[in-house]
Write a protein that binds this ligand. Structure first.
Ligand code: SF4
Length: 367
């Protein structure tokens, strides 16, 4: 793991409790028996506090010389007060000075979802996306991915109900670190998240989807950013479609191991004049029938710093929902959350509204 080999100190947020125990045994001359308690406390408080777990002064210093929690520094935040609650974009500094973003999204019943980033920048270059505009800077380490969850939880004083890999970056392009982060998030001494509470959202690289499936995380939710169901249009909006055209994408999604009642969420950002015709609705119906049980999550476009379309009007949204329903496609409309702070889909890591970096919000991933 990056947290283990790149730094002298091991970042606790990047390792699960079993690995932490093993590392403690190999690095601590005495007192390794405190490992479980020290680990659990770090995930509750964000601090490495061996003294509070009964370590002697000398032993506590030894812990601090070998380990570091890896909490991220919150450097900015912006709130968008919507009718369904407040969407909050959080900007964190990582150790090399880069900024990454997470978005806390209100859900029904007072719960919150945290949308987290998996890369700094993104190589996928989707036309509507602020993050992709600058290309890929680097992958995030598992500790930096998990760090968003702990730092956001502590900053906002909430336990997030759902975790969605839909922030900056394509999670399947950083699968090893994303998988390690999922392991830590699930660890009962860390966050104890059930895997059904996590969703990976992909732009749709078939090889990546098959690599994720091969991990055998059968209850992990997957969602896809479709945005166009005609190859020519989708290739112009999402370059990934040139290597994974729609038929290959649908086949990979249909093979994704799902639990009973699994519903694939198909994100569709509505771009007026580009992807909202009757023909588009028919093409979506064809795609959905090929992937199995699915639900279209219709996301009104939030123009960023370089808009490719206007925001859809209420009547344009209603009309397209009607077209989808006429085709028999299950559809829900996602309320536009976070647009005022550039925390809506496709808007993280870009420019605008008082923060230097921004991009998406979500219920699901990258747009
Ligand atoms: S939408 Fe997602 S995959 Fe596409 S460029 Fe943006 S972050 Fe990357």
């Amino acid at each position: 793991m990056a947290g283990e080999c790149e730094m002298r100190k091991i970042e606790m947020l990047g390792v699960d409790s079993q690995r932490f125990r093993e590392l403690a045994k190999s690095r601590m001359p005495t007192g390794a028996g405190l490992a479980d308690n020290i680990y659990a406390r770090a995930f509750r408080t964000g601090r490495l506090d061996a003294r509070a777990e009964g370590a002697s002064e000398a032993n506590a210093r030894a812990w601090e010389e070998s380990f570091d929690v890896g909490l991220l520094e919150l450097v900015d935040r912006a709130d968008d007060l919507g009718s369904e609650g407040t969407t909050t974009k959080l900007v964190f500094a990582v150790r090399d000075g880069h900024r990454i973003e997470s978005v806390s999204i209100p859900m029904h019943g007072g719960n919150r979802t945290l949308c987290i980033s998996s890369q700094i920048g993104c190589a996928r270059g989707c036309a509507f996306c602020e993050t992709g505009r600058g290309g890929l800077e680097r992958n995030l380490a598992a500790s930096e991915i998990v760090g968003q969850v702990l730092s956001a939880s502590l900053a906002l004083g909430v336990r997030f109900r759902n975790i969605v890999f839909m922030g900056m970056g394509e999670p399947l392009d950083n699968l090893a670190e994303v998988a390690q982060a999922i392991a830590v998030l699930r660890d009962r001494r860390a966050f104890s998240y059930s895997i059904e509470r996590m969703t990976v959202c992909t732009s749709g690289d078939a090889a990546g989807i098959r690599a994720l499936a091969a991990l055998g995380l059968k209850r992990l939710n997957l969602s896809v950013s479709l945005n166009a169901a005609r190859d020519e249009l989708r290739s112009s909006l999402m370059p990934v479609n040139r290597s994974t055209p729609l038929a290959s994408l649908a086949a990979a999604l249909a093979d994704y191991p799902s639990r009973r009642n699994f519903v694939l969420v198909v994100n569709y950002c509505l771009l007026p004049g580009l992807n909202d015709s009757r023909e588009d609705a028919r093409a979506i119906a064809g795609f959905c029938s090929a992937v199995g049980r699915s639900l279209v999550n219709l996301i009104p476009y939030n123009p960023g710093s370089e808009p490719i379309a206007p925001s859809p009007t209420e009547s344009e949204i209603g009309r397209f929902i009607g077209l989808l329903e006429a085709e028999g496609v299950p559809v829900r409309r996602r309320a536009g959350k976070g647009g005022a702070v550039m925390a809506a889909c496709g808007q993280l890591g870009g420019r605008g509204q008082g923060m230097d970096a921004e991009r998406p919000a979500l219920d699901q991933p990258c747009i």
